[in-house]
Design a protein around this ligand. Structure first.
Ligand SMILES: *Cc1c(COP(=O)(O)O)cnc(C)c1O
Length: 397
């Protein structure tokens, strides 16, 4: 582990674009994480919890029916959907809340849009006996009532944010402001591989377990690395987690952004394909903004891809061409959702359905014997109402 060598800069991206008062706080966090990362005891405890509580390692499933139907290369699924709470987000919140307790902080805060990161943080807080407050735009509190209820059941306080558009970006600003004034006892748990340094590095290290497992499972099963790994990107945490172990290997890496109703409509969440370089959430990266640099709201059928930016390392990997970036629309995602459900009996999250939609195309371009791994970032039970509502409105499936 070489965390101390990390500058938090990925080419022109990353950095610490925060108020001056937060600089010492980020410095303290950087030091605490670096020390934890060098301590085998910390990782032993983290992996013990992932094993006993989260249910790792989760399997690499051969999607035999889907492979036959598509007629391209062999398609495998990395089953993050089988984790406790149903997605990859728990890997990160367990890591960050474990670090918080090591730092002596017994209170954690988080920002959340659709509520999934809020639920994952509240879950880890309950496990570690920490106090938990989750900032959520008032509009999102209204739209995401079941997740608000889950967080409250888990003992978290949900704080509605009434500024701006009352959605995710306002909740992020508010969480950052709150952190500044409560830093002695409070740890800020960020939900993706985004935000000011050291968060993008730290979240990558907590999600790296996905790619490490894919690598070990591939070697065991195929006697070699997979030929291609494919993941969806919101902020980029499940993607960088799946990719991190393969960056120096001869493995094709493909990320899929949500292009919503189409990039040309302006209603999308494709920060790389349809955004510009700017500053948000304490980092420089690609993001959705208007001509005045105001951050725009992202649009996607999947709440988890509704982040207006993208993490700085994913941005740099895209800029330098190490990863290929594709897009999938809402309609594409619905097709992927139904396809996997009907062929394999696995209901995928709408986020992961974006990856599945493009995996079908990529599989056709690879030789029959090639192995393509799709990171199935979450399960789709949470999305049934959204799918139904979309199809009733006449969206095609
Ligand atoms: C939140 C979420 C995502 C998107 O977040 P990343 O940080 O880009 O991984 C993808 N899939 C699921 C199931 C999610 O809950």
């Amino acid at each position: 582990m070489t965390i101390r060598g990390e500058t938090g800069r990925f080419g022109p991206f990353g950095g610490q674009y925060v108020a001056e008062v937060l600089m010492p706080v980020l410095g303290e966090l950087e030091e605490a994480f670096a020390a934890a990362a060098e301590d085998n005891g910390f990782w032993d405890e983290y992996h013990r919890i992932l094993r006993e509580y989260v249910g790792r390692p989760n399997p690499l499933t051969f999607a035999a029916n889907l492979t036959r139907l598509v007629g391209g290369c062999e398609i495998y699924l990395k089953r993050e959907d089988l984790n406790h709470t149903g997605a990859h987000k728990i890997n990160n919140t367990i890591g960050q809340v474990l670090l918080a307790t090591r730092m002596g902080k017994r209170r954690v805060i988080a920002e959340t849009g659709a509520g999934q990161h809020g639920v994952a943080t509240a879950t880890a807080a309950a496990l570690f006996g920490c106090e938990c407050a989750v900032f959520m735009g008032e509009e999102d509190v209204r739209r995401q009532a079941p997740n608000v209820e889950r967080m409250r059941l888990l003992g978290a306080e949900v704080i509605p944010v009434t500024s701006g558009s009352r959605t995710l970006k306002d909740a992020m600003n508010e969480a950052m402001r709150h952190w500044v004034s409560h830093v002695e006892n409070t740890f800020y748990v960020i939900g993706s591989a985004a935000g000011p340094h050291p968060y993008p590095v730290m979240v990558r290290e907590f999600q790296r377990v996905i790619g490490d497992e894919i690598k070990a499972q591939s070697i065991e099963r195929f006697g070699k690395f997979p030929d291609c790994v494919l993941a969806c990107i919101g902020g980029g945490s499940n993607a960088i987690g799946a990719f991190a172990s393969f960056l120096d290997d001869d493995v094709k890496l493909v990320a899929v952004e949500a292009s919503g109703e189409g990039i040309e409509t302006g209603r999308h969440a494709a920060a790389i394909a349809g955004g510009q370089v700017g500053v948000l959430h304490g980092q420089k990266s690609y993001l959705l903004q208007d001509a005045n640099g105001q951050v725009l709201e992202a649009h996607s059928i999947s709440a988890g891809l509704d982040y207006p930016g993208v993490g700085p390392q994913i941005a740099e990997l895209a800029r330098t061409g190490r990863i290929e970036v594709l897009t999938a629309t809402d309609d594409d995602a619905l097709k992927g959702f139904h396809l996997l459900t009907r062929t394999e009996g696995i209901i995928p999250a709408l986020e992961s359905s974006h990856a599945l939609a493009r995996a079908v195309d990529v599989a056709k371009t690879l030789p029959k014997e090639a192995k393509l791994v799709v990171n199935l970032s979450g399960r789709g039970d949470k999305d049934l109402a959204t799918v139904l509502a979309f199809e009733m409105r006449g969206g095609e499936a």
